[in-house]
Ligand binder design. Structure first.
Ligand code: GAL
Length: 725
C-alpha cells in the first residue's frame, strides 16, 4: 500500500548556488514552507529575493519501501527547480504555482541519500507570469509542502470523481488512470460520509490503464451548499486478485454549479448572487511561504469576516490548504492560471497550456471550484491560444464552465462566462452573458488604514455602491472586488511603499471600513455586525464635523446618542442601496443639533433586531490611548517547526476602538520554543499591526508580552502540541 510522508523538515538552505558536495556547514537548517528571504514590513524590493539558492536534504528510506516506486511531490516552488539526487540530475520544473513530481526510484542509494534542489527565483521571462511588468510580488523559495510518496509500481495515478444527476437521482462516475496496466486488477470504491459511514460501495475489473468506476443511482447523499457544505470521502483500492496494491482517498461534494445565459449563477438549481473579493497569496515578512494554518485562515476570513460567497484566486492556482478550507466552509472559488497582461512566445504559451492541465488535474475534485480561468489576466485577445486553453479545459473537465479575465468589453468571447474587470466605479451593461465582474475598485481608490476619515468612508461606500448595483442587475452573475488584502508589488505600482493599498483589509488582514460593508451583509443569525465609520472627532473630515455618520450593520434599526442625548432612531439607507441585503445607515443630525455648541461627548450606537437591542458600540470623545491589546489568533500550534499564527497588536480607546493615528512602537518578548516573524520593536500603522509566531519543535507553552510607553503591558499564550501524524 502507499506510504506518504510529509517531507518538510530537516532541509538545509543557502542563499546562493553551492557545489553539490559543499559542506553542510555552508547551509542553515530550515523547515518548509520556506521563503528564501525574510522581509521587513517596509518596502520590499523585488531584487532581494531574485537569486538562485540551494536546498539540501539528507534522508534514508524506511524499510517498507522495498519494491515500491518512490516519488518526490512538490506542491510549489518559485520559479525554476532543478533537482539532483546523489549527484545525478533527476529533472527540472519551470513555474511557481503548479505542483510537480519526480520518480526518484532509480537514483536512490541504499544508505543516506542527498537531495539537492537548485531554485532559481528570478523573474524568468520564459516562464509565466513573467516577461513584462507584473503587479504583485512572486517571492522565492520552496514555499509550499513537499511529500515523499512510496507506491507499488502499479498504482492509482489520477482520479476525477464526477457526480451525476445530482438534483434528481445522484450517482458518481470516477475516471481513474493507473500508472500501468497489468492483468487481474480490480478496483473497489467506497463512498463515506463525514462521519465515516459507508454510503455506497462498488467494484470493477480493470481492462486497461484507464477506467470509469460507477456508483449507480440513487446515492443517498446530501448536497454540498454554501450553508451546509456536505463532503464525502471516496476511497479507492486497487487489488491484484485479492491482494491490495494501492489505496487513495479523495474528498468530494455533490452539487451543480452553472452560469446561465439569461444572466445569473445557480448553485444546485437555485440562483445565488455572487459577492466576493480577489485574494493574492502573499503575506508580510514571509512572502508566500505561509503554512496550512494561515492558508486556511484566509478562507475563514473571506467567508466569516468578509461575508463573501466567492473568491477569485488572482492570478494563479493557490495552496491546496486554502482550497480544502473553501470546500469545508462553503466558499465558492474562481481559480485561474498564472499570468498578468503579457503573453510570451510559443514556448511560453506551451507553459500556459501546461498550467491549465496542471491546475485542472490538481483541483477538479474540489466542489468549491465553480469556474476555470483559462486566459492570462487582462491579456490581449489571442484566438489561437485561448481556443486551445478552452478546449483543453473542457476536455479535462466537461463539468465546469470556463472564464478568462479581460478589461475591455469588445474582447473576443471564447469562454463560457464573460469575466470582466469593470473599473467604471459603477457597473457597465453586459454585452455578453453570462457576465461576471471579476474586479472593481482597486487602483481606482487606493486606501490606507491611516487615511483620513473621508477617504476611508468613500472607499467603503464605493464597494457598497458597486455591490448594490450588480445585485440589482439581473444580467450580472456577481461581482468580485479588487481586493481582499493589500499586497506587495513592484515599484511601478502601489503607493511608493511597494504596497497596493487596494484591499478591504490591510496586508495583515486587519479590516478597513470597507471590510464591514461586506461583513454586514451576513445574516444576523450568523453574526450581528455594527461598526460606525468614524473616530468621532470634530476635525478629521474636510470642512470639519462628523455630520453624515455612516454605520455598517445588519441590524434593523439603530439608536444614536451623544452621551445621554438621543439623536434619533435610524433605518438602513435603502433609498441609496436598495439591493444590498443590509444597506449602510446614513445618520443625519436632528435639526438644531450641533456638537460644537455643547460639550462634545462620547458616541453611543445601539442596534436592534425585531425590537430587541442586540449590539452596541461606544466611541470615546477624548481619543485617549487606554489599552494596548495583543490578540493571538490560534490557541495552539503544531510543534513541527513550521506552523504559524498571527499576533495582532492594537492601541484602543477605553471602549476598544482602534485609534488610527496612535503612533506607538511596541516591544515584544517571547518565552518558549518559538520565534517571532516580523519587526520587533513593532511600529504600529493606523493604530495596529501584526506579526507571526512560528512554532519550534518542542511541546510546551509560549508566552508573548507586548509593551508600549505609558500603557499596561498585554500578554497572550499559546500551546505547542505534538503534530498530527
Ligand atoms: C487590474 C489587475 C489586478 C490589479 C488591479 C489593481 O487591472 O488585474 O491585478 O493590478 O488592476 O486595481
Amino acid at each position: 500500500m502507499r506510504i506518504v510522508k510529509v517531507f518538510n523538515d530537516n532541509w538545509r538552505f543557502a542563499a546562493e548556488k553551492l557545489e553539490l558536495n559543499a559542506p553542510d556547514n555552508e547551509f542553515e537548517p530550515v523547515v518548509l514552507p520556506h521563503s528564501n528571504k525574510l522581509f521587513s514590513h517596509r518596502a520590499v524590493d523585488s531584487n532581494d529575493y531574485q537569486f538562485v539558492s540551494t536546498y539540501r536534504k539528507k534522508f534514508r528510506l524506511p524499510e517498507e519501501r522495498k519494491g515500491r516506486r518512490v516519488f518526490l511531490d512538490f506542491d510549489g516552488a518559485m520559479v525554476e527547480s532543478t533537482v539532483y539526487l546523489n549527484n545525478q540530475i533527476v529533472g527540472s520544473h519551470q513555474g511557481g504555482y503548479t505542483p510537480f513530481s519526480f520518480d526518484i526510484t532509480d537514483y536512490l542509494g541504499s544508505g543516506e541519500n542527498i537531495l539537492t534542489v537548485y531554485l532559481d527565483s528570478t523573474e524568468r521571462p520564459d516562464v509565466p507570469p513573467f516577461g513584462n511588468l507584473v503587479d504583485y510580488l512572486t517571492f522565492g523559495g520552496i514555499y509550499r509542502d513537499v511529500y515523499l510518496r512510496m507506491v507499488h509500481p502499479c498504482h492509482i495515478h489520477q482520479v476525477f470523481a464526477r457526480p451525476q444527476n445530482v438534483l434528481t437521482s445522484p450517482a458518481l462516475a470516477c475516471d481513474i488512470r493507473l500508472s500501468q496496466y497489468q492483468p487481474d486488477l480490480v478496483v473497489r470504491g467506497i463512498l463515506r460520509d463525514q462521519h465515516g459511514k459507508i454510503v455506497a460501495s462498488t467494484q470493477q475489473a480493470v481492462g486497461s490503464e484507464t477506467l470509469t468506476l460507477d456508483f449507480p443511482a440513487p446515492l443517498a447523499v446530501e448536497l454540498w451548499s454554501l450553508n451546509t457544505p456536505a463532503l464525502y470521502t471516496l476511497e479507492l483500492t486497487l487489488f491484484e486478485d485479492t491482494v491490495p496494491l494501492d489505496t487513495t482517498h479523495h474528498r468530494i461534494g455533490f452539487r451543480t454549479a452553472e452560469f446561465r445565459t439569461e444572466g445569473g449563477f445557480y448553485l444546485n438549481g437555485k440562483p445565488v448572487k455572487l459577492m466576493g473579493l480577489n485574494r493574492h497569496q502573499t503575506y508580510p515578512y514571509i512572502g508566500a511561504a505561509a503554512p496550512a494554518r494561515l492558508q486556511r485562515q484566509d478562507a475563514d476570513i473571506l467567508k466569516y469576516e468578509l461575508g463573501c460567497n466567492v473568491v477569485r484566486t488572482s492570478h494563479y492556482p493557490q495552496s491546496p490548504h486554502f482550497l480544502d478550507r473553501c470546500d469545508e466552509i462553503g466558499l465558492l472559488v474562481f481559480e485561474e492560471i498564472p499570468g498578468w497582461q503579457h503573453i510570451g512566445d510559443e514556448a511560453w504559451q506551451s507553459l500556459v497550456l501546461r498550467d491549465v492541465k496542471a491546475m485542472i488535474e490538481r483541483d477538479r475534485n474540489h466542489p468549491s471550484i465553480i469556474l476555470w480561468g483559462v486566459r492570462v489576466n487582462e491579456s490581449p485577445d489571442n484566438s489561437a491560444l485561448y481556443t486551445r486553453t478552452n478546449a483543453l479545459a473542457h476536455e479535462l473537465d466537461p463539468t465546469r464552465q470556463t472564464g478568462g479575465v479581460r478589461n475591455y468589453l469588445d474582447s473576443e468571447f471564447l469562454e463560457d462566462v464573460f469575466t470582466y474587470n469593470d473599473f467604471s466605479n459603477s457597473v457597465v451593461d453586459p454585452i455578453h452573458t453570462p457576465h461576471l465582474i471579476t474586479e472593481f475598485g482597486g487602483h481606482m481608490f487606493p486606501t490606507k488604514t491611516w487615511d483620513s476619515e473621508d477617504h476611508r468612508i468613500k472607499h467603503a461606500l464605493l464597494h457598497a455602491q458597486v455591490q448594490n448595483l450588480q445585485m440589482g442587475h439581473d444580467k450580472i452573475a456577481g461581482a468580485i472586488g479588487w481586493c481582499a488584502f493589500d499586497y506587495h508589488t513592484h515599484r511601478e505600482f502601489g503607493s511608493g511603499d511597494r504596497i497596493c493599498h487596494h484591499g478591504v483589509m490591510d496586508v495583515f488582514r486587519l479590516p478597513k471600513w470597507a471590510a464591514y460593508v461586506y461583513q454586514s451583509q451576513l445574516p444576523p443569525e450568523q453574526a450581528v455586525v455594527l461598526q460606525a465609520a468614524t473616530h468621532w472627532t470634530m476635525g478629521d473630515r474636510a470642512g470639519g464635523s462628523n455630520h453624515r455618520l455612516v454605520v455598517f450593520s445588519n441590524c434593523d434599526e439603530i439608536d444614536v446618542f451623544m452621551a445621554d442625548t438621543h439623536l434619533g432612531r435610524f433605518q438602513p439607507d435603502r433609498a441609496t442601496y436598495e439591493h444590498l441585503p443590509h444597506p449602510p445607515f446614513t445618520v443625519l443630525w436632528p435639526p438644531g443639533f450641533n456638537p460644537w455648541t455643547r460639550d462634545f461627548d462620547d458616541l453611543r450606537i445601539v442596534g436592534y433586531i425585531g425590537g430587541q437591542a442586540v449590539a452596541a458600540q461606544r466611541i470615546a470623545s477624548d481619543h485617549t490611548a487606554h489599552h494596548l491589546k495583543l490578540d493571538v489568533d490560534a490557541a495552539q500550534l503544531w510543534a513541527d517547526g513550521a506552523d504559524m499564527t498571527r499576533l495582532i497588536v492594537k492601541i484602543t480607546d477605553r471602549y476598544g476602538n482602534i485609534l488610527p493615528y496612535a503612533i506607538y512602537v511596541v516591544h515584544l518578548e517571547l518565552e518558549g520554543d518559538a520565534v517571532l516573524f516580523g519587526e520587533n520593536p513593532l511600529p504600529l500603522i493606523g493604530g495596529q499591526a501584526a506579526l507571526y509566531v512560528k512554532a519550534g519543535q518542542t511541546e510546551g507553552t509560549i508566552t508573548i508580552t507586548a509593551r508600549a510607553p505609558d500603557l499596561p503591558p498585554a500578554s497572550g499564550t499559546l500551546a505547542l502540541v505534538e503534530p498530527d501524524s
